[in-house]
Structure formats: structure tokens, C-alpha cells
Design a protein around this ligand. Structure first.
Ligand code: AMP
Length: 279
């Protein structure tokens, strides 16, 4: 696997691959099998697969969350190499932001709700760093996880509005055996917290069942808040229903095939998110 930390050398290297398809898998590292699933998808569909490992400061609205974000670059390199990833780009902050960035991105309602409401500025930072990676790598396709479904929708908007000639793929969420969505943040859970973290996936399944049996979304919100918070140390931030196409919040369950249920909350001070499609 070729490893680059600087923009100029990776651009020079990629000059040799102008006639090849390139799959890009952007990550923040501390890799797990969920990330590797994206690498596998890219390898199936492209001549060259490039992973990036970069903990992007502009998408963190909380400095303690940024400081505590798990980092394990040596292990990441081993995992990527063993998966057959061709190239790793892992730039420094100075390489990505030689000067403080002035650019802000506004995705309208899409970045004001759900994650955007609880993490102000988050999607502006995501849009900025992904745009930079798209310009540096110029991939044919880029791979993102359903686990961050709102992020995927924001990035679809980015590609549409800025005419990036890149296809975005949304890869289903990989889960642990008990159903917990794999996440780098799970590394911050000790054994009792890990046991509690499964409550969010259980809550999604419970909410789905209630809704399909005819319960209203108002009732489901109350039920799920109680269901989660009866487990001490777990705090629900939101459970919401939205359209899969445009991520518009709704309480109307009629068109179940086109709806997604999204949840976020804290186990101790670790914030976790998850979602499932309703049908
Ligand atoms: P992150 O390193 O958390 O920024 O994630 C990098 C990419 O991996 C994002 O597109 C995530 O949505 C995706 N991802 C994270 N966890 C999972 C998972 N459990 N299953 C599938 N994709 C995932």
C-alpha cells in the first residue's frame, strides 16, 4: 500500500491513473470492520481504492470530543493493507488547513435538524473537508456508510450543487453480533457502558414495531425516551422519522417504504447515533 501525507505527491502519483476508476473511502481512522466494508465495496467496483484517515477539526463543535477521538494510525495501516487497499492518504492538519479556513457551507434545513441541531457547524466542516478530498483525489466513486445517513444526504447535496462528477455510494451499516452499530466511538465504552449502548438499536427496533402496529410518532417519542432512560447513564437526544429521499422530518407513517428512523444519545459522555429504514 502506498502511503501519502502530502497533497502534491499524491496528486503526482494519481496522475498515472487518469484512465482508471478510483474509489475513495474517507474516514477518521480508528478503523473497524464497518470501515473495511466500504473498502471491500470500493475494491469490487474500482481499479484503485484510496482510503483517507483524517480527524477533521472543522467538523467538531466540541474540543473535548475532538481530543478524545480515538486514534490508531499504525493499526489502521495494517488493517487497510490486509484488506488490499491500494493507497492511504493521511494528511496533517497543517497540510489540510495551512491557514484557518474561512469557508462555511450552509445546507439549509438539512444541516439544522437532527445531528445539525445538536452539533452546530458539523456539516459545514464535513462538506468542507470532503470537498477538499474530492478535489485532491478526484475519485470516480466515493463510499459512505448508512450509519451516518444524514451525512450521506448532505454529501449528495454537495455533489449536486457543486457539480462534482462523482457517484456516491451508501453502504449498509455493519453491526456487532448483538446489533450495536460498529463505530470508532465504541472504543471509548467500558464493559458496563458497552452493555448499555445496545439500547439505541433496541429502541430503533421497538419504535419500528410500534409504528408499523399503528402507534403515532408522538407516542413513540415518549415511549422510547422512557425505554432508553430507564437504563441509567443513557440519555436520549432524539428519535425522529424522516423521508429517505430528502430527509424531511415527518410524523406520517403511511409511506413506510420511504422512511428512515434516526436516533442519537449519550452513554455516559460518549455520543452514539444509529438509524434503520422503516420497511
Ligand atoms: P468515520 O471514520 O466514523 O468518519 O466513518 C467513515 C465512514 O465509515 C463514514 O462514511 C461512515 O458512515 C462509515 N461507517 C462508520 N461506521 C460504519 C458501520 N458500522 N457500517 C458501515 N459504515 C460505517
Amino acid at each position: 500500500m502506498e502511503i501519502f501525507e502530502k497533497v502534491r505527491p499524491i496528486r503526482a502519483f494519481l496522475g498515472r491513473y487518469v484512465n482508471n476508476s478510483i474509489g475513495l473511502v474517507p474516514t477518521m481512522g480508528a478503523l473497524h470492520n464497518g470501515h473495511l466494508q466500504l473498502i471491500k465495496e470500493s475494491k469490487k467496483e474500482n481499479d484503485l481504492t484510496i482510503a483517507t484517515v483524517y480527524v477533521n477539526p472543522t467538523q467538531f463543535n466540541n474540543t473535548s470530543d475532538l481530543d478524545k477521538y480515538p486514534r490508531s494510525i499504525e493499526k489502521d495501516i495494517e488493517l487497510l493493507a490486509s484488506e488490499g487497499c491500494d493507497v492511504l492518504f493521511s494528511p496533517s492538519n497543517h497540510e489540510m488547513y495551512p491557514k484557518p479556513s474561512l469557508l462555511k457551507m450552509d445546507f439549509g434545513q438539512l444541516d439544522k435538524m437532527l445531528e445539525g441541531e445538536f452539533r452546530p457547524g458539523h456539516f459545514s466542516g464535513v462538506g468542507l473537508v470532503v470537498s477538499k478530498l474530492f478535489n485532491i483525489i478526484q475519485p470516480t466513486k466515493a463510499y459512505f456508510g448508512q450509519k451516518d445517513f444524514q451525512q450521506y444526504k448532505v454529501l449528495c447535496k454537495l455533489v449536486e450543487e457543486l457539480d462534482f462528477n462523482i457517484n456516491l455510494e451508501c453502504v449498509p451499516t455493519l453491526r456487532e453480533e448483538d446489533g450495536l452499530a460498529m463505530s470508532s466511538r465504541n472504543q471509548r465504552l467500558d464493559a458496563p457502558m458497552r452493555a448499555k449502548a445496545i439500547v439505541f438499536y433496541k429502541a430503533l427496533l421497538r419504535a419500528k414495531k410500534l409504528l408499523l402496529e399503528g402507534a403515532s410518532m408522538q407516542l413513540v417519542r415518549q415511549d422510547i425516551k422512557h425505554f432508553c432512560e430507564a437504563e441509567s447513564g443513557v440519555k436520549l437526544e432524539y428519535i425522529e422519522l424522516a423521508t429517505r429521499e430528502n430527509l424531511i422530518l415527518t410524523d406520517n407513517v403511511n409511506d413506510a417504504n420511504n422512511l428512515v428512523l434516526l436516533i442519537a444519545g449519550f452513554v455516559g459522555e460518549v455520543r452514539l447515533i444509529d438509524n434503520i429504514f422503516l420497511s
